[in-house]
Design a binder for this molecule. Structure first.
Ligand code: ADP
Ligand code: ZN
Length: 604
């Protein structure tokens, strides 16, 4: 271990209270300490921040951290300050006292980490000030914001390369992101680095996240049932529209759940209040559009539910990634229906973006549909999209509940012949009616009850046929024309199957499983193991009181994991408490005696 890596290792323990590096962190820290320019691509929750925070503390001088969102900066500065680190931020929402503190520390050259928004950074006065400070490195967080291909494009990010050059001829630069796909990666390298940086890509596997998809039936019921399985836990429910956010939040509240709405149409004050409640209290269910996103840095989100299909596989991965950042088990559920798929396709086709971009977007959407209809382990399917191969995970609905497959060649042919025989002019409901032999108004109007296909699919329920249509679409055998009422057409590949040149396998649409509650309870008790639940509750109460007194989120005091370990190991001295995950020197001094007292007073 080189001298400075040893220092970083000590700081990991003494400042952050962690026992070791997480996978990937050590190599990155080493490369940064060696003075290299680095691009780090790591999934959300894998611990990117530490990769620049440790070098910042292990070496002299100031590290600039570029971050796109004020809320994100605020949380990081709070967490660092709680750990005894001289950190600050420059942003428009600081009060004058905070600004004075930051500037004083900066002048005295005591500040170790300075968080800055990109627009602030390119201001001449900021630049001038920084040129006079001892800036050693610029760490660019959420670096995918530089990419026009990405979902969070920020034009101000484009000037960061030149800002770095102005601050110091060869300022060491580090870029970090959780967005993995190759167009975005290429953009980051081009726009932020003069020469290709040393690049690290961490596995995108987040084994603590349970993955599950379900076809939409009555989505608010399904969401409610899922949320109920997680009573008292913090979670996010994503919806595709503002209207649905409002309705669903109300439905959940009526059922006694502490749900709050969040979308861009609400007053900023309301939004901020809801976000604060979510961050600081336990058990708030944020019902939100994707406007509720990047700024959330809450490690103990226990579940994410998509009430509607996300925009694409990238968005899906980012959004579920907000759960379980503390590494403890977290649950996800994504509901999807044909209507959703149609909506997402229309959004792409009608957007005013160049064809090249549309092509990328279509691929990303198709990857998500394939995931929804995956015949085997969802994680394998998901990781395959990110270019990783893996074994079946055991922690997704398909691994756990299994999925029955059948030779669907005949069904596929029936479905496609319904499409072809009606001239490729109809949407799914009409086609399903023909297959199941229902004499609906439209069927009679077009005389479709006289088709040879009429009623050939009587042996299956309409829901099964809808699933078959979705699967054929995900497999690329049929496609919809959205500009004309979602009429279905058979593709080249579909014709192969229709003509009998190729067999296809489909998955059976099974009735919803009912065992999950017991199974989850069993899974949760495995995690908590020998934990004393009464003690855990007392520790949470103490944490809440301390957090409230300091007006910080509970996890800034201690994370859930720390409390669970405290309740399990029941340390009886400061030395023993120091061994617990998340307890560093500063926190031990500040909170040690209060927590030790609660532990001592609790009866076993
Ligand atoms: P990212 O930015 O990659 O989403 P963060 O940097 O916010 O992730 O880290 C996620 C969580 O993991 C934080 O609560 C952080 O304190 C914790 N963490 C990071 N590194 C370690 C480590 N080496 N050991 C234990 N916990 C860690
Ligand atoms: Zn699996």
């Amino acid at each position: 271990m080189s001298a400075s890596l040893a220092t970083a290792n000590d700081l990991l323990h003494s400042v952050f209270g962690f026992n070791g590096f997480r996978p990937g962190q050590e190599e990155i820290v080493q490369a940064v300490l060696d003075g290299e320019n680095v691009l780090a691509i790591m999934p959300t929750g894998s611990g990117k921040s530490l990769c620049y925070q440790l070098p910042a503390l292990a070496r002299p001088g100031l590290t600039l951290v570029v971050s796109p969102l004020i809320a994100l900066m605020r949380d990081q500065v709070r967490a660092l300050s709680a750990a005894g680190v001289a950190a600050g931020s420059l942003n428009s929402s600081n009060d004058p006292a905070e600004n004075a503190r930051v500037l004083r520390l900066l002048r005295q050259r005591e500040l170790r980490l300075l968080y800055v928004a990109p627009e602030r950074l390119s201001r001449p006065d900021t630049l001038e000030m920084l040129c006079e400070s001892d800036v050693r490195m610029m760490a660019i967080d959420e670096a995918h914001c530089v990419s026009q291909w990405g979902h969070d494009f920020r034009p101000e990010y484009l000037s960061l390369g030149s800002v770095a050059r102005q601050i110091g001829g060869r300022l060491q630069t580090m870029a970090l992101t959780a967005t993995a796909d190759s167009p975005t990666r290429g953009d980051i390298v081009d726009k932020l680095f003069a020469a290709p940086p040393r690049t690290f890509v961490r596995s995108f596997d987040r084994p603590n996240l349970r993955l599950a998809f379900k076809p939409k039936e009555r989505s608010s019921r399904q969401v409610l049932a899922f949320v109920r399985e997680h009573e008292g836990q913090s979670g996010i429910v994503y919806c595709a529209s503002r209207r649905k956010v409002g309705e669903l939040a109300e439905t959940l509240r009526k059922e006694g759940i502490n749900a709050l709405p969040y979308h861009a149409g609400l007053d900023k004050q309301v939004r901020d209040a809801h976000q604060d409640a979510f961050q600081q209290q336990d058990g708030v269910v944020m019902t939100a559009t994707v406007a509720f996103g990047m700024g959330i840095d809450k490690p103990d989100v226990r579940f994410v539910c998509h009430a509607d299909l996300p925009a694409n596989v990238e968005a899906y991965y980012q959004e579920i990634g907000r759960a379980g950042r503390d590494g403890l088990p977290a649950d996800t559920l994504t509901l999807y229906g044909l209507g959703d798929m149609q909506l997402r396709r229309v959004q792409i086709e009608q957007s005013e973006t160049p064809d090249e971009r549309k092509r990328v977007e279509r691929q990303r959407l198709n990857a998500l549909l394939a995931l929804a209809e995956a015949p085997r382990c969802r994680r394998q399917t998901l990781l395959a999209y990110f270019g990783e191969s893996s074994q079946p995970c055991g922690n997704c609905d398909l691994c756990q509940d299994g999925v029955e497959r059948f030779d669907g060649t005949i069904e596929a042919q029936k479905a496609m012949s319904a499409i072809v025989r009606t001239g490729e002019r109809f949407g799914v409901e009409h086609l399903v009616a023909i297959l199941t032999g229902e004499r609906t108004e439209n069927v009679l109007k077009y005389n479709h009850d006289r088709l040879p296909t009429f009623g050939v699919g009587k042996d299956r329920r309409a829901a099964e046929w809808r699933s078959i249509f979705r699967q054929l679409s995900a497999a690329g055998l049929i496609q919809q024309d959205f500009l004309e009422h979602g009429r279905w057409m058979v593709t080249e590949a579909g014709w192969q199957v229709l003509k009998g040149g190729q067999d296809i396998e489909l998955r059976k649409e099974t009735a919803p499983a009912k065992v999950s509650r017991e199974k989850r309870a069993a899974a949760a008790s495995v995690v908590l193991g020998e934990t004393d639940n009464a003690l855990l509750a007392s520790l949470k109460t103490l944490r809440a009181r301390l957090a409230q007194a300091q007006r910080v989120p509970a996890y800034v005091v201690f994370s859930d994991r720390t409390l669970i370990e405290l309740a399990t190991h029941r340390p009886d001295s400061p030395g023993a408490m120091r061994e617990i995950h998340g307890v560093g020197d500063a926190k031990l001094e500040r909170y040690g005696s209060a927590f030790l007292e609660v532990i001592q007073n609790s009866v076993r």
